[in-house]
Design a protein around this ligand. Structure first.
Ligand code: OSB
Ligand code: MG
Length: 368
């Protein structure tokens, strides 16, 4: 397959809510969207890098620059035999996984479309529906938190994840658990704690959490192993797992019992599949994380989450939870906490040119 045109758009979509985590706050989703054209077909990839380097070191600007200078030239006008072949030539680019994942996912979509199969099937997925949960912003008050949890429980989400930070943790969780004694509940600290906070983190053991996501620094796998010895709640890693090699290290050190896989954070479906194999061999359950993706990114998430190893509900909630309108059709919507896996070619969703152009703030075209 020879890509003859790449279109890189900057897209801005208003979010229906303010999303507050321990690392920042936003009410607009700004992202890069890549379209790769080859042989009359188009493959799409959504870059999950954010505006600022607060979740990961990559940003919209760094990803745009690396795509333009180092990654798009590897596919433009080149014969690419498979998405894996792109991974091999892109291996000399260190890091910049979100940028790499943008090209890799667009190629996966393109190749699956060329073969006339769904991306889920091309990846080896067998689920026809996936279980989904929801990741809830840090609410301003306990009452607001309880109301928001109630709203999403009523919508059928199979797991509620609360963002936490120092000062908004034990008492907040106590109140939510009291109000909802039997829901599947988790917390995500986005690396906001240290081992000195062990007493606080251990206090969360009282609330029957399914797991605690990324309590400590993103580079501190050994610290998570130490914390795992000190608390009962299972640890799930997000930021710390950038690759299958990281997953192997974390599992070997017993730093986590669960892994959140994000395609962008690990550099594409290929690396996500490698993590899937490492986790399966160790009996570690996975779930698919989210980065407030619009339609293209969400469709890629649903495809990877259709693999059997993704046995816990993910963060891939309904598109309508985030956006009034989405750039693809059909929109990906869950009902009763179950989201159908699209069966059409590629991601199974089609980009709507009109809506996309309304949300596009910048467009760059690269030709051979
Ligand atoms: O840590 O999982 C995270 C969003 C942006 C950056 C990091 C994270 C998140 C979420 C939102 O939790 C998940 C979603 O609804 O897409
Ligand atoms: Mg997380």
């Amino acid at each position: 397959m020879k890509v003859d045109l790449a279109v890189l758009r900057t897209v801005e979509m208003p979010l229906k809510f303010r999303f507050k985590t321990s690392f920042g706050e936003t009410n607009v989703k700004k992202f890069l969207l890549l379209e790769l054209r080859a042989g009359g077909l188009a493959g799409w990839g959504e870059c999950v890098a954010e505006e600022n380097p607060f979740y990961s070191s990559e940003t919209l600007d760094t990803a745009g620059a690396i795509l333009e200078k180092n990654l798009l030239p590897l596919v433009l006008g080149q014969e690419t035999a498979s998405p894996g072949a792109f991974d091999r030539v892109a291996a000399r680019v260190r890091g910049n996984r979100m940028a790499k994942g943008t090209v890799e996912t667009a190629l996966r979509d393109l190749f699956a479309r060329a073969q006339g199969v769904s991306l889920s099937k091309a990846l080896g997925g067998t689920r026809t529906t996936i279980e989904v949960g929801v990741s809830l912003s840090i609410a301003p008050t306990v009452e607001a938190a309880i109301e928001n949890v109630g709203k999403h429980v009523a919508q059928g989400y199979r797991r509620i994840k609360l963002k936490i930070e120092p000062g908004c943790d034990v008492e907040r969780l106590r109140a939510v658990r009291e109000a909802f004694p039997s829901i599947v509940l988790t917390v995500d600290a986005n690396a906001a704690y240290t081992l000195d906070d062990t007493p606080t983190l251990a206090a969360l053991d009282a609330f029957g959490l399914d797991y605690m996501e990324q309590p400590l620094h993103h580079e501190d796998i050994a610290g998570h192993a130490e914390l795992a010895r000190r608390i009962k709640t299972p640890i799930c890693l997000d930021e710390s797992i950038r690759s299958a090699a990281d997953a192997k290290t974390a599992i070997a050190l017993r730093a986590c019992k669960v892994i959140n896989v994000k395609i962008g954070r690990v550099g594409g479906h290929g690396e996500a599949l490698a993590i899937h194999d490492v986790a399966a061999a160790a009996g570690i359950p996975l779930w698919c994380g989210g980065m407030l993706e619009a339609g293209v990114g969400r469709a890629h998430n649903v495809a990877i989450a259709s693999l059997m190893g993704f046995s816990k509900p993910g963060d891939t909630s309904s598109s309508s939870r985030y956006f009034e309108e989405d750039v693809v059709e059909p929109r990906l919507e869950a009902s009763d906490g179950l989201m159908p896996v699209p069966t059409g070619p590629g991601t199974g969703v089609e980009v709507r040119a009109g809506i996309l152009s309304r949300f596009t703030t910048e467009k760059r075209e690269y030709r051979t």
